[in-house]
Design a protein around this ligand. Sequence first.
Ligand code: 13P
Length: 254
Amino acid sequence: MRQNFVAGNWKMNLTLPEAQALTIELMELLKADLTAARPQVVVCPSFPLLMAVGQLLGDSGNPALGAQNFHQKESGAYTGEVSAKQLQSVGCEYVILGHSERRQQFHEDDTLLAEKLKTALTAGLKPIFCVGETLETREADETFDYIGQQLAAGLFHLSKEEFGGLVIAYEPIWAIGTGRTASSEQAQEVHAFIRAQVAAAYDAATAADTTILYGGSCNAQNARELFSQPDVDGGLIGGASLKSRDFVEIVKSF
Ligand code: 13P
């Protein structure tokens, strides 16, 4: 279902007391700003914080709980790893997949991501699947080829039914944590391209129904301009999701 959507990726930040304090602040601010048109909000803490944050979020489904990673196998002898089913059992509804930090630092390639995607869907998790180009790729004018390839290799092996629950996030690597945001025109043209690729791989109705987020130095100042673009349905927020007021300002930027 296509919807306005804001997810906070807390990355490897916050201790348990800090995460609890942030969640309580968020809930208070969101309650104060309760409107019928509130977007779907998701927060994605690190593994040890999931249960405590989930308990504070409650079971309304908005805000929802998401995880940042999991292992591709369903269960077994994988010391130190976490399964999709375990995440689902502690209240996770969403999971981030294909984030550039995992592709680059943990060598997650398209084959592994395709396997993880199937495991997530089998466990009943909704993937937030990230794509995005490096600065080098953009400067070589190869952004569309590159993202087309990431989508084809990572995502389009899914059946139309499987693809239905999925959220896509466009995160240009050069914009992540750099303070250098894509312009709203740059974001819009890539989002429109992604939607066209989904239409080509499935059909126009599936494309029109797909939620596509922008991520990369999105903040309370630039969110409104980015979210006003016709193919930008919201954001995947890193740094600014760690500050309750900034995050709620972004949630209100539709
Ligand atoms: P920043 O918002 O800190 O640039 O991070 C974006 C991101 O990687 C979200 O997944």
